[in-house]
Write a protein that binds this ligand. Structure first.
Ligand SMILES: *Cc1c(COP(=O)(O)O)cnc(C)c1O
Length: 369
């Protein structure tokens, strides 16, 4: 029996070894190891890929989220609206500032923030709406941004899973006031370590993030504000510059695999396939099915040599990190049900059709007891 891994993370290096070795060697030989031209070159290329005015490379996706909130002076007394089923980093970025994350339930079919619930969650303390483009599908940004504008709120996209995704033809990253990107190795655009970026069309936000990521300093040893050390590593920037050129082709491969899953798994009893909202063009970071027999299906697939993952098994409000928060005792039935029912099947640019067929056959041969 051939094993089907969830994702072959090392495949991109095997594919692009010559180019990547050249890029890494160039940085090592340059003697320039913090910020500098490699970081600027990648920032400009990544900004251009989304038609954005500014990109500031930072150390991780979590830092990208946090530094934008910090740049907007979000802190104690403020509320930030998040999805109840977000990845925990989305919530952590808010609590890191001292502000309160206010969760609203997602649409169960798309697993994305439900704009119909947004207005009811807005209070005089609300400052920011922070939707995550979960699983690589953009949230319903036209509706979200319209509501935010009406209430004078800013919109921060958590685009960590959405490299190359679009909504109403516009790329993720320029759909709100700023976007936070992660280049964690398993993301659609992944580094060989931690890396992240902030993208925005707002010069003031970009300037502020650049200050915050580098000790609050514009000139060495002059610290205008109390900042952080959260700089994008030039080695990672050089790698990302190579990989960025392949993102569209890789995402095309993901789209094709997603289409094959949608067709090949249609009609399976008790298994709901991902729904795509009108206007959304997902980057298919992960392919997530929902079933009340999730644990049995996962065991069945493991037995058939198919590796799966769960994104995510614990809703943020039930995680140990929020044990002492008011949300710990709150009820978010949709988020809780999703945590019980979601299962991510293998997908990625290097998954072959025949390996995917093995996954499809294995899912189709599952019969819930
Ligand atoms: C990966 C991820 C992050 C955090 O990115 P890091 O680079 O790991 O800090 C934030 N939000 C979402 C939705 C993610 O998937």
């Amino acid at each position: 029996m051939t094993k089907v891994p969830f994702l072959d993370v090392g495949a991109s290096y095997r594919d692009l070894k010559t180019e990547i070795d050249e890029a890494v060697g160039r940085v090592l030989a340059s003697g320039w190891y913090i910020l500098g031209p490699e970081v600027v070159t990648f920032e400009e290329a990544f900004a251009a890929s989304c038609g954005a005015a500014h990109v500031a490379g930072v150390a991780s996706g979590l830092d990208a989220l946090h530094l934008v909130l910090q740049a907007w002076n979000i802190g104690p007394g403020d509320e930030v609206i998040v999805a109840s089923n977000a990845y925990i980093a989305t919530w952590l970025a808010v609590t890191m500032t001292g502000a309160v994350p206010v969760p609203i339930e997602p649409r169960e079919e798309t697993c994305n923030l439900d704009p119909d619930r947004l207005e009811a969650a807005i209070t005089p303390r609300t400052r920011v709406v922070l939707p995550v483009h979960l699983y690589g599908q953009t949230a319903e940004m036209t509706a979200i941004v319209a509501i935010a504008r009406r209430h004078g709120l800013r919109v921060l996209e958590d685009a960590a899973q959405a490299h190359g995704a679009r909504f109403d033809g516009q790329p993720a990253g320029v759909l709100g006031d700023a976007a936070a990107w992660s280049f964690y190795p398993t993301k659609n655009l992944g580094a060989f370590g931690d890396a992240g970026a902030v993208m925005t069309n707002d010069a003031e936000t970009a300037d502020r993030v650049r200050l915050l990521r580098n000790y609050g300093s514009r000139r060495k040893y002059e610290n205008d504000i109390a900042g952080y050390n959260s700089r994008l590593d030039p080695l990672q920037a050089a790698v990302l510059g190579v990989k960025l050129k392949h993102l569209e082709v890789w995402n095309g491969r993901r789209r094709r695999l997603a289409d094959r899953y949608q067709a090949g798994l249609a009609g399976c009893a008790d298994i709901a396939l991902p729904a795509v909202a009108a206007g959304a063009d997902p980057a298919w970071h992960v392919y997530v099915v929902r079933t009340p027999h999730r644990d049995a299906l996962q065991a069945h697939l493991t037995h058939a040599g198919v590796e799966t993952l769960i994104h995510y098994p614990i809703a943020p409000h039930q995680s140990g990190a929020y044990r002492a928060s008011p949300w710990a005792s709150a009820s978010f039935p949709i988020a809780e049900r999703l945590a019980q029912q979601v299962l991510s099947l293998p997908i990625g640019p290097h998954l072959s059709d025949s390996a995917q067929d093995q996954v499809i056959d294995a899912v189709r041969s599952f019969s819930p007891q």
